[in-house]
Design a protein around this ligand. Structure first.
Ligand code: HEC
Length: 167
């Protein structure tokens, strides 16, 4: 009994460790529009000189995905949000964008509620996998998506990582 109480107390004290996706899994993603084809380079890929710290940090956070081999990252937006996505918001309520790690079973979701961005991580079947890795924790999403105000505005960040290889 005592250990159960301690366990419950720990759970209550560490909500961020147990936090689930706050954005919900959007319906009809397959009807959304592909706005960006990006990549997460593999672990052994050297980023071009002059790559911003922000992008380096993003790559380092997620290049473990797909066994560190790198993956395509395609970004889709629902039709009704195309215009606001181009201007980085402001966004109406509802689902805003998904980032699909094409070479693995991971979908990042951004949704807006009362002007604020909320986040979630799901597999293709719609199972919430945000607690399966620390970098999927919604606090990690919020932290990074608000840390660089030049690149991320109103909770979206769309700087194609692939651009750094195309100069
Ligand atoms: C360390 C920084 C960082 C973290 C942490 C991060 N992101 Fe992002 N996110 C980015 C960057 C940079 C882009 C733009 C990628 C591109 O254009 O290639 C992006 C793009 C996205 C997109 C595409 C829409 C857009 O333009 O913003 C979604 C959806 C998204 N992130 C959701 C999430 C979710 C959900 C999490 C947490 C599980 C998360 N992000 C964590 C940096 C981050």
């Amino acid at each position: 009994m005592k250990s159960i109480l301690i366990f419950i107390t720990l759970c209550l004290l560490t909500p961020s460790l147990w936090a689930n996706s706050t954005a919900s899994f959007p319906k009809n993603i397959n009807e959304w529009i592909l706005v960006k084809e990006s990549i997460i380079p593999g672990k052994n890929v050297e980023l071009p000189e002059g790559t911003s710290l922000f992008i380096q940090n993003t790559v380092r956070t997620y290049n473990w995905i797909n066994q560190g081999k790198g993956t395509k990252l395609n970004i889709y937006v629902p039709k009704e949000k195309l215009t606001s996505y181009k201007t980085h918001g402001p966004y109406a309520d509802g689902p805003t964008a998904v980032g699909i790690y094409e070479d693995s079973n991971i979908i990042f979701v951004t949704e807006h509620i009362a002007g604020e961005a909320i986040y979630g991580t799901y597999d293709r079947e719609g199972n919430d996998i945000s607690s399966s890795h620390p970098s999927f924790n919604v606090q990690a999403c919020i932290q990074c998506h608000t840390s660089n105000k030049d690149i991320c505005m109103n909770g979206t960040c769309a700087t194609p990582i692939i651009d750094i290889f195309q100069k």
